[in-house]
Ligand binder design. Sequence first.
Ligand code: COA
Length: 249
Amino acid sequence: MTDAIQIERERGVLILRLNRPDKKNALTGAMYSRLALALEQADADAEINAVLISGSSECFTAGNDIADFLEQPPSSLDSPVFHFMLNLLECSKPVIAAVAGAAVGIGTTLLLHCDLVYVSRDARLRMPFVNLGLCPEFGSSLLLPRLLGHARASQLLLLGEGFSGEQAAAWGIATEALASGEAALAKAREMALRFESLPPEAVRTSKQLMKAPDREQLRRVIEEEGALFTQRLRSPEAVAALSGFINRH
Ligand code: COA
């Protein structure tokens, strides 16, 4: 399972690659724990200037592993998924995401916490929380209405409608949409490496200034959403929808 997160270092960039292709890079508790630890280490390592999170050029991630949701749902804010969320929220170094193919659930909401997001134009983003009997997580109930307005956020969060990488860039969820998955990965890598030539303290201070005003509120919202989300995972609505995915063939 450790290989499901491939960790590499390219000069001052720590690259975290989601690598579970047979399950569309769906995230398990062990994968969240590995990501959480890597973010903590990157933050503490003076040699690291930036973190790059990617999947493959075909798939970012299908979101939380649905079998895990049924078999070992997160039960408290001490669960691996919340460690990952809080470490991404607190990361003082720039975090760059490269997205191609599917980015579902937390695969979309985590992008709201990255600093630069490069997507392929035909990437397929979606937050089907309600469709699965769940509710928004990772601060998305706060950040999306603020970014898009209530009406469009409702289209994405209440109806669970999908949208393309091109739309993500037009709406400000992504920095830029590129022609292909390979191009998105290459651009994200290029921008992550660019931080080598920028003064690190100035970068950190500037990120801190942009993030600080919302940090306390976001932490509170993430906890509130998390408590409701973990309750909803045990609801008959969610158990039926999640079992429906597992038994769909
Ligand atoms: N959790 C667990 N397994 C998952 C998964 C998930 N979130 N998403 C995909 N998989 C598995 C499938 O069960 C399948 O496994 P199998 O070959 O053993 O049957 C494999 O990954 C390939 O998935 P498949 O659906 O055949 O690929 P696709 O290219 O047709 O569709 C997605 C890709 C991502 C659009 C589709 O898999 C999907 O909608 N996944 C669920 C996403 C989701 O609801 N996530 C939770 C959000 S809170």
